[in-house]
Write a protein that binds this ligand. Structure first.
Ligand SMILES: [Ca+2]
Ligand SMILES: [Ca+2]
Ligand SMILES: [Ca+2]
Length: 891
């Protein structure tokens, strides 16, 4: 790829195109009346005219009133976008840190492009906000265009992070056309002021040729990038002898004024990857300051072999490469790029774009939890760093990629997961579990290394603390996976601390400890090098400005045939730090905790007895481990579908989890959840789809209302807690009234027109179904939940003795049920399909969504029988086709 780029570069003209960098004002913001304010439910917003940076400016005032949600100012503003541009405006503001979005949309605001800035701290004084073309991305919309070519409308949006109240002032919204960057950047031109000079060999794309400079000479290497270029980092490939350990790289736009871009101190030679986010320069300058000491020199392959040599008298730089912007976009992308250039196994598989599975390790109801990955790395807390094992066998570093890996749960269902590495000669079993209470919990790691060969074996077990989550980079919602920065790592002789906050206490004293910065080599291959190992009695601290420090605790283990050695550690998940665990008896401590924990979980998971044939044991295991996951994922009363990407409470998942908990003998958790959720119902009766630390989410999802009413009724059916039912009765009534209004909006003459008739009486379109997030849909999923809500509202009214309400709700229920039935039939005719559509307007196929009609909605006797039968027959056919690798593209 790189070579191909260089060949193309020869043909690229380097001269700067003649063009006018003219700025055009799109809106001087003199007229606030052109802008309209709006906001989500229960959030206030207003626009006004204030003194601006140039003349007047437009102010958006907002008050979240204690809710999550958003406020915005918008206007119609048609303009075309050139091939390259920057959009900018003056901005200032007051208020808490909130997410700032600038949106460009089509006339109907269906296709939306945006620049999102999370937790923006608006400056008190005027500041220029610049949006480059590459920062404008498609947010959503059904249209095929991914690139913004024409905008019809502009919105300035404040989305609640901290929420609160405040304002933002906007002035002089402008666009500037920019030259288009060359498709392939030209190869830099290098010089060092020496004659003759070897400078060009640092940029000739040939790893066998090098720029050389005698140590002690004052020359620097200067690169001319050909044009003012944006880039994300640099890769330096040093010669095997002659790498600089310390060096400085400066950047310049004009060749006269230089600013420091990157400084390396204590580098290990070989390949050096430098991240320089959002850098812009025409010229770069490299100044070597000190060679790598002979004992630390590693091979340029990064394989870690030591090269005994005299101290270098000459710097040897084979190649310096300017990396694209994406290289420096964030620490995770950077480490992914580095992982690609290392052998598989040195980095977690998720960093190489491979799917990576993990399971949760936590305590019942605890807010904090760990993870164990399929390869044996253990994440120490949400978004936290991890402990990853490696074994050195006969001088070779063995990683997860070199062994056979299997996963299991203790007794098949308990939340005590393990990962076992198997080689021809030994096994390593990695186990993790958490014990304690929700507010005083600790995470354990256990490592059983067993000699399965017929000869004595000497192995090194390295437990490495790495700045990476087990949650992989592909996970981007709420708590993005990937790198977990470690700026400081310290060993005090008894425990390892990461960023002074995460502490890992080994249960047996390691033989050696190694700590390293990224530049010095913090990959496992480098950490197990004898030259970086220190006696475990010596305290040490390492700080790393790039946040990629790592450490290793190593155990030298000699095992007779069949012999096993156990080591382990404990780390606080929540609460006060406990007294240190006794050292040196790792297996005894771990056995005791594990046995106690297994008994506690067994009691919780076995409250309901299942009688199944032996062949169905896996079904029982799956059911019980799912129950354990519901208990570990919840935070006190808050039921959550997950702890990372889904670290929020959706009423959809919550109501269904509550049903599961009710049936499995844990109705008290259903009651706690209902009590917690009810106060978040909006004043107008809208049930929020989701609640998190910011409060209730205002995004309308019309399944929510029925789910909430079902939760209230179902909780009562198991607890018989009439006082609680009465307590939430006001919210139930409001939610039903809200659905009455929603249904009325589609029970109009307009919906009697032939092309709308199949939508008559349905709940209005929403994005409750993830498949419809590109455009809201008339999803029957919403209607089946809504209908169940009406049914349960009748039940609740009768239970509480409100006969009038029961009659009213029963009439509404019957009307809604008839509308849904008529719609299903009309939709099949409208789209020419013989199944129950997922969404009435789409006529799509989604049998899993339709199952809600059967359970819990209980509508199987009321649905058109032919269409219902075809729906599930068709699903079964698709399932069989998938099993035999035939894909039905239409489904
Ligand atoms: Ca103005
Ligand atoms: Ca070269
Ligand atoms: Ca290096």
């Amino acid at each position: 790829m790189r070579l191909a780029a260089s060949l193309f570069a020869i043909a690229v003209a380097i001269s700067t195109p003649a063009f006018a960098q003219q700025t055009r004002v799109l809106d001087p913001m003199e007229d606030a009346a052109a802008w309209k304010a709006d906001a989500s439910t229960d959030v206030s917003s207003a626009v006004s005219s204030v003194v601006g940076h140039d003349g007047r400016a437009v102010r958006l005032s907002y008050d979240f009133n204690g809710k999550a949600g958003y406020a915005f100012a918008a206007r119609d503003l048609p303009f075309d976008l050139p091939d390259n541009y920057e959009i900018s405006f003056w901005v200032r503001g007051e208020g808490p840190a909130n997410t700032f979005e600038v949106k460009f949309t089509d006339a109907a605001a269906e296709n939306v492009w945006w620049k999102q800035t999370a937790r923006h701290d608006f400056p008190d004084g005027w500041s220029r906000f610049v949006i480059k073309r590459r920062q404008v991305s498609k947010a959503w919309g059904p249209g095929p265009e991914t690139e913004l070519r024409r905008a019809e409308r502009v919105e300035f949006v404040v989305v609640a992070a901290d929420g609160g109240r405040g304002f933002i002032d906007i002035d002089e919204l402008s666009i500037r056309e920019l030259p288009v960057d060359p498709v392939v950047p030209p190869q830099p031109i290098a010089s060092d002021g020496r004659s003759p000079s070897t400078a060009s060999r640092a940029v000739d794309n040939d790893i066998r040729t090098a720029w050389t400079l005698p140590v002690g000479e004052a020359s620097v290497l200067t690169l001319d990038l050909g044009y003012e270029r944006e880039f994300g980092g640099l890769t330096l490939r040093w010669g095997e002898r002659g790498a600089a350990a310390d060096y400085r790289i400066s950047a310049s736009l004009d060749g006269r004024d230089w600013r420091e871009l990157a400084t390396v101190a204590g580098g290990d030679g070989g390949v050096d990857w430098l991240r320089t986010p959002e850098a812009t320069a025409r010229w770069l300058r490299l100044k070597p300051l000190r060679p790598v000491p002979a004992s630390d020199v590693v091979g340029s392959s990064g394989a870690g072999q030591r090269l005994g040599a005299a101290p270098a008298t000459i710097y040897v730089l084979n190649e310096i490469e300017v990396e694209p912007l994406a290289f420096g976009a964030d620490p995770t992308v950077f480490v992914e790029a580095v992982a690609k250039q290392n052998r598989r196994g040195l980095y977690p598989r998720g960093f190489s774009g491979e799917q990576s599975y993990w399971t949760l390790v936590g305590v019942d109801g605890g807010g904090e939890s760990g993870l164990i990955g399929e390869d044996g790395a253990i994440e120490l807390r949400r978004a936290g760093p991890s402990i990853e094992p490696f074994v050195v066998d006969n001088g070779r570093l063995i990683t997860w990629a070199d062994v056979n890996v299997e996963q299991g749960l203790k007794d098949g269902d308990l939340p005590i997961p393990s990962v076992t590495w198997t080689t021809d000669d030994w096994t390593l079993k990695i186990t993790s579990f958490a014990d304690g209470s929700a507010d005083q919990a600790q995470l354990w790691g256990r490592y059983d290394l067993t000699n399965t060969s017929s000869r004595p074996r000497t192995l090194t077990l390295a437990l490495t603390a790495r700045p990476m989550q087990v949650n992989a980079p592909r996970q981007f919602l709420a708590i993005p996976g990937g790198v977990s920065p470690v700026e400081k790592i310290a060993w005090d002789g008894a425990q390892l601390s990461l960023n002074d906050t995460v502490r890992v206490q080994p249960l047996a004293t390691p033989d050696h400890v190694a700590l390293a910065t990224f530049d010095a080599g913090s990959d496992p291959q480098s950490l197990v090098l004898p030259s970086v190992q220190r006696p475990a009695g010596d305290p040490a601290t390492t700080t790393d400005a790039v946040g990629l420090a790592a450490g290793a605790l190593t155990y030298e283990v000699t095992l007779q045939p069949g012999e096993r050695r156990t080591v382990g550690w404990v780390s606080q998940l929540s609460g006060e730090t406990l007294a240190p665990e006794p050292m040196g008896q790792a297996s005894a401590v771990l056995d005791t905790v594990e046995a106690r924990l297994a008994a506690e979980w067994r009691e919780k998971l076995d409250r309901v007895e299942l009688t199944l044939p032996p062949a169905a044991q896996r079904i029982e295991d799956a059911l019980k481990s799912s129950l354990a996951h519901m208990l570990m994922s919840r935070q006190g009363p808050i039921l959550q579908p997950g702890t990372r990407s889904y670290n929020r409470s959706w009423i959809r998942d919550g109501a269904m989890m509550a049903e599961g908990l009710n049936r499995l003998g844990m109705a008290e958790h259903s009651a706690d959840y209902l009590r917690w959720y009810a106060p978040y119902v909006f004043e107008n009766g809208k049930v929020p789809c989701c609640v998190d630390a910011r409060g209730a989410d205002p995004v309308p999802e019309n399944d929510s209302h029925g789910e909430f009413v079902f939760l209230a009724a179902e909780t009562y059916r198991y607890t018989k807690d009439e006082a609680l039912l009465r307590q939430v009765w006001p919210q139930v009534q409001k939610a039903i009234a809200y659905m009455d209004d929603l249904r009325a909006s589609t029970r109009t003459a307009a919906f009697q027109a032939p092309d709308q008739r199949h939508l008559y009486g349905l709940l209005p379109p929403t994005i409750s179904h993830e498949g419809y997030s590109d455009k809201a849909a008339y999803s029957y999923w919403d209607d089946f939940w809504g209908l169940l809500g009406y049914k349960d509202a009748v039940f609740i009214a009768e239970t509480l003795g409100d006969a009038a309400a029961a009659v009213r709700y029963a009439a509404a229920r019957d009307e809604f049920a008839a509308d849904i039935r008529a719609s299903i039939t009309a939709t099949a005719a409208h789209h020419g399909i013989d199944w129950i559509a997922g969404a009435a307007d789409r006529g799509d196929f989604d049998a899993t969504s339709t199952t809600i009609a059967l359970s819990p909605a209980g509508e199987q006797d009321n649905l058109p029988p032919e269409l219902m039968a075809r729906t599930f027959d068709r699903y079964w056919e698709n399932f069989q086709n998938r099993r035999s690798n035939r894909t039905d593209r239409k489904s």
